[in-house]
Design a protein around this ligand. Structure first.
Ligand code: UDP
Ligand code: MG
Length: 150
């Protein structure tokens, strides 16, 4: 089992797409381990995207991610990190494959709806940045025995 951090970005919030996108993750079989809404403090966003701090899009990205509230979630499942990245598609909605979330709902490289962790090390760092340990919930979900065979 893996856990991955998801952020419904301000464009997904303002375009009222959170429910439809969350449905895709649920339909895939992924299980929520945590979820909350917040206005992200700028310093937290800067830390989250620190790897991009020298890129030309960094300051616009920080502005975008603090322009309105977001919903943070932790999703759990076998190889959840790669599975969620595949569901999202390429970073740029213009080139993301049809059938992916970014391919189906977006036309932009910045406004690409959802963040998802890209590797086990970043996933655990990001979950720690946005959630307290006690906010993560381990639970038995009824249909899981028909979603994962072993
Ligand atoms: N981004 C951007 N311009 C770019 C590349 C990325 O505005 O040329 C934004 C976009 O919102 C993206 C985020 O910066 O999701 C982080 O970039 P990254 O390359 O890590 O993309 P991701 O991992 O989200 O696919
Ligand atoms: Mg990234």
């Amino acid at each position: 089992m893996e856990r991955t951090l998801i952020i419904f970005k301000p464009d997904a919030m303002n375009r009222m797409l959170v429910g439809r996108i969350l449905t895709r993750f649920e339909e895939k079989g992924l299980r929520l381990a945590a979820m909350k809404m917040q206005r992200s403090p700028r310093e937290q966003v800067e830390r989250h995207y620190a790897v991009h701090k020298d890129r030309p899009f960094y300051s616009a990205l920080v502005e975008f991610m603090t322009a309105g509230p977001v919903i943070l979630a932790v999703l759990e499942g076998p190889q959840a990190i790669a599975v969620v990245r595949n569901l999202l598609g390429a970073t740029d909605g213009l080139v993301a494959a049809a059938g992916t979330i970014r391919g189906d709902f977006g036309l932009d490289v910045q406004y690409n709806l959802v963040h998802a962790s890209d590797a086990p090390e970043t996933a655990s760092k990001e979950i720690e940045l946005f959630f307290k340990p006690e906010e993560l919930i381990t639970w038995d979900r009824a249909p899981d025995r028909w979603i994962v065979s072993r």
